[in-house]
Design a protein around this ligand. Structure first.
Ligand code: ATP
Length: 463
């Protein structure tokens, strides 16, 4: 069961995100649009930095992994082959009192009962009824529910279909990005210089009609995934799987996530084709929940696409001429979920001079703004001019912000709240000694640095 932290932490993060331009609710002026969020100026920087770090670890630093950017809409046959059309569903029930729509497997899980994904509607309902005394509606606390029915999560579209009854023959917005990888595996093999074992990595939007989506950017209906599928020789599947698990765990530590906020969760009940499955869980404000899935999938994906497409998807080893269907191990994580983990990890409140300062202690690589530059006073053109000169230089290499509003203390607090690691202030002395004050976000200490050495100083600090 998950542990609870500061009860208000989630509210505080949500409120800071809105106030400071990280995350806005979708379509707000029209009354909102549930389970979709928009990223503001700092949110879009943060999400871009998260994606860049992932891409660097997965593609740039790996000789054996190449990137891909496939379409969101693909042949609907792909989703039949993958099993999503028939089986990608969650059990939904409605609270008869407050009409909240609820996921029955989650209600059961909270009551300590496991509901297998493969269960039929009847089986789920039997289990639901047998445990009803342990379950109450998380919204109103009552015990009166409709029967559970299985609800398919795929989102339909009429793209390319100009008939009036398109929903009889829909296409789907992809429910996961990895299907684009599986169906391009031969193209990549024939064009990139890769040999098994090799991987294909992709970042992109995915869509799911999630029944309950009320944990901010943790679970949304439109979201972005970062997925890497690694194609291996069948005998080497488990060995490669262990390597991938280790690499992914180390990745989060290197990213700066606190170790005590991460843990492994082993899946006890595997889907029939899976060899092994682990999640890396993060200690979100609502407890430990899945951040990333790392799964050993056997040959399920390629054999299904082989069957449904009629194409031979075997790999021929160039050295031994041996022909086989590669097995796949995968790493799959959401950008929004990572962003919530990074925000949770970074959020701190500290008492300073009798006041509370809120600070986001982002690792510098993830911080939306790396350096803020201030003239001490806004009505002194010499200071403003010099500060602007510094800003114009630094912005060539870093996301910087120029701020001349309010007193310095307020400007520091604002930068603390958006997680800017360094603030540079130009004061009257700067005009004499060609030096500036550099203030460190975490220690709040200030150092006097020569303007000529500022870039090198920051480069070392921000590495
Ligand atoms: P959950 O059990 O939380 O619904 P899942 O097991 O269905 O997740 P996967 O299909 O394995 O998730 O997707 C891989 C990753 O994609 C997840 O670990 C998560 O980081 C992200 N993800 C999945 N669904 C969503 C969503 N609705 N919103 C945001 N991120 C998501």
């Amino acid at each position: 069961m998950s542990e609870k932290k500061d009860d208000n932490l989630m509210e505080k993060i949500v409120s800071l995100c809105k106030r400071r331009g990280f995350v806005f609710p979708s379509s707000e002026i029209y009354g909102g649009f549930a389970a979709v969020y928009d990223y503001g100026n700092y949110g879009s920087e943060l999400s871009k930095n998260i994606k860049n770090e992932w891409w660097k670890a997965m593609v740039q630093l790996r000789e054996d992994i190449v990137g891909l950017d496939s379409g969101i809409v693909m042949s609907p046959r792909i989703w039949e082959a993958s099993g999503h059309v028939s089986g990608f569903s969650d059990p939904l029930a409605e609270c008869k009192n407050c009409h909240a729509r609820l996921r029955v497997d989650h209600l059961l899980e909270d009551a300590g009962v496991f509901a297998d994904e493969k269960m039929s509607e009847e089986e789920i309902n039997e289990l639901f009824k047998a445990n009803l005394d342990k379950i109450k509606c998380p919204t109103c606390g009552k015990h009166d529910f409709s029967d559970a029915r299985k609800f398919n999560l795929l989102v339909k579209s009429n793209l390319g279909n100009f008939t009036s009854n398109w929903d009889k023959d829909p296409v789907y917005l992809r429910g996961e990005t990895c299907q684009g990888i599986y169906v391009n595996y031969k193209n990549v093999l024939n064009s990139a210089r890769v040999k098994v074992p090799f991987g294909i990595a992709q970042i992109g939007k995915a869509f799911r009609n999630e029944i309950t989506a009320r944990q901010f950017i943790f679970r949304t209906r439109e979201f972005e995934q970062m997925e890497m599928q690694y194609f291996v020789k069948p005998e080497q599947e488990m060995e490669e799987y262990e390597k991938l698990r280790q690499a992914r765990w180390n990745y989060y530590l290197e990213l700066g996530i606190k170790k005590e906020n991460l843990k492994w969760h082993k899946h006890e009940n595997l889907v029939f084709y899976a060899k092994e499955a682990y999640d890396i869980e993060y200690n979100f404000p609502f407890g430990f929940k899945e951040l990333e899935g790392i799964h050993a999938r056997g040959d399920y994906d390629l054999s299904q696409h082989g069957k449904f497409s009629g194409k031979n998807l075997s790999y021929v080893d160039p050295e031994t001429n041996e022909s086989y269907l590669p097995h796949i191990i995968e790493s799959s994580v959401g950008v929004g979920r990572t962003m919530l983990a990074v925000l949770t990890d970074a959020y701190a409140e500290e008492a300073v001079d009798g006041e509370i300062r809120t600070v986001l202690k982002f690792p510098p690589r993830l911080a939306p703004i790396k350096v803020a530059i201030f003239p001490l006073l806004k009505n002194k053109p010499e200071l403003v001019g010099k500060a602007h000169e510094i800003y114009d230089e630094l912005k060539k290499n870093y996301m910087c912000e120029f701020d001349d509003s309010g007193n310095i203390g307020k400007r520091y607090r604002r930068q603390d709240e958006i997680g800017t690691p360094y603030c540079v202030t130009v004061d009257f002395e700067s005009l004499e000694d060609e030096a500036v004050t550099v203030r460190d976000r975490d220690t709040m200490t200030q150092e006097r640095i020569k303007i000529a050495e500022l870039e090198r100083y920051l480069e070392n600090k921000l590495k």
